[in-house]
Ligand binder design. Structure first.
Ligand SMILES: Cc1cc2nc3c(=O)[nH]c(=O)nc-3n(C[C@H](O)[C@H](O)[C@H](O)COP(=O)(O)OP(=O)(O)OC[C@H]3O[C@@H](n4cnc5c(N)ncnc54)[C@H](O)[C@@H]3O)c2cc1C
Length: 345
């Protein structure tokens, strides 16, 4: 049997695509990722975060009661609902999206796609376990991973002061009126640092060189901002903190003389780029120089291969938000439906 729509990835883009495709009676299959591999966990990047305060439609409130009725009881064990009244957490939001897609007939398979063949039609996809499958259309919604420094202490304080997304987390109470640290020297690091000056008492940009990689206009903006200070020729040696307070500071090492200095801080934002999950494509779909899938038409999710669509962070190195991913997931499902109808498939 040839599937009409196979969706690879289970973040906001994948589930939103599935909701639309399922309601259009295309009976989509979602390959949701691999539980055995930390970098390919199901339910996307939000599965690993705490409150999501900026996804429209989810104000803080009595979400616990709603979730108990909306999501299959057996799955609720995977994401403890700690408080009755709260802002939706990442795992809750993702499980609600998943449930909504299943309610309309989506089939979810907990496995990763390791390779695909787009050279002939129908396309073929190879899951890690299980048999090869065929599909008339594919929606790539495999997201991207934020790059981190790789320090053990950084891992310990993720979601407890360490973040890779200022727009997502900057407004949270723990970051307000406290010194904040941004690591990186490109445009997005300057953008994150400038944004964080709204919340932090001061924002230190930690940069390993003596000049920024950011564009001139971004640099001017950074230097004009009185709350932003660049700490040149420094790298993070260790994230400081304890179990009770989470991150409390950073230890910086000078790249010139190896001297160490401790800075008190309420948060550290790592802005050293993202890696899109595209290795399984093996170059069959056009990507940009950073590896992101490139849409071929403005405001359409078509990739360089007809019948293959891309949604979410895997095709977006700019906005990288849950709501934009969900939006493009919807677009990809509508584009795939249109493609199938046009060809009578
Ligand atoms: C810590 C953190 C906090 C964040 N907080 C917010 C926030 O508050 N608000 C906000 O709007 N955004 C936030 N974001 C950003 C947001 O999570 C992303 O923009 C969004 O999740 C992207 O959705 P996506 O569907 O494109 O991909 P992802 O969420 O990245 O999901 C992709 C999924 O595809 C799976 N996958 C990858 N390869 C394969 C394969 N070969 N086969 C099968 N499955 C595969 C992955 O395992 C993953 O589950 C946050 C991100 C992080 C890291």
């Amino acid at each position: 049997m040839t599937e009409r729509v196979v969706i690879i990835g289970s973040g906001p883009a994948g589930w939103s695509a599935a909701i639309y495709a399922a309601r259009a009676e295309l009976s989509p299959v979602v390959y949701e990722g691999n539980i055995g591999k930390p970098e390919l966990l199901p339910l996307g990047q939000l599965a690993l975060t705490t409150e999501v305060e900026n996804y429209a439609g989810f104000p803080a409130g009595d979400l616990a009661g709603f979730i108990r009725t909306a999501v299959d009881e057996k799955r609720q064990a995977y994401f403890p609902i700690e408080e009755e009244r709260h802002a939706v957490t990442g795992p809750e939001l993702m499980n609600l999206m998943r449930q909504q897609a299943l309610n309309f007939g989506t089939r979810a398979i907990t496995d990763e796609i390791v390779s695909i063949d787009l050279s002939k039609r129908p396309f073929t996809l190879k899951p890690e376990s299980g048999d090869q499958i065929e599909a008339h259309t594919i929606i790539i919604a495999t997201g991207a991973r934020a790059n981190y420094l790789g320090l053990e202490s950084e891992e310990r304080f993720k979601n407890r002061g360490v973040s890779a997304c200022a727009v997502c987390d900057g407004a949270l109470p723990r970051f307000r009126d406290r010194p904040l640290v941004v690591v990186g020297g490109g445009d997005s690091a300057v953008e994150e640092a400038s944004y964080l000056t709204k919340f932090g008492s001061v924002v230190y940009m930690v940069h390993r060189r003596d000049q920024l990689r950011a564009s001139r206009i971004m640099q001017e903006r950074a230097f004009e901002n009185e709350k932003l200070e660049v700490l040149w020729n420094t790298v993070v040696e260790e994230v400081l903190g304890d179990d009770e307070n989470g991150l409390t500071g950073v230890r910086l090492r000078s790249t010139k003389d190896d001297s160490l200095t401790d800075y008190e801080a309420g948060g550290m934002f790592v802005a050293i780029g993202h890696t899109p999950n595209t290795s399984f494509l093996d170059g069959q779909v056009a990507t940009n120089d950073k590896g992101y899938v490139v849409w071929q038409k403005s405001f359409r999710t078509n990739t360089s291969v007809e019948g293959v669509f891309a949604a979410g962070d895997v095709a977006d190195d700019h906005y990288r938000q849950a709501i934009t991913s969900a939006g493009t997931g919807c677009m990809a499902a509508l584009d795939a439906e249109h493609y199938l109808v046009e060809r009578g498939l």
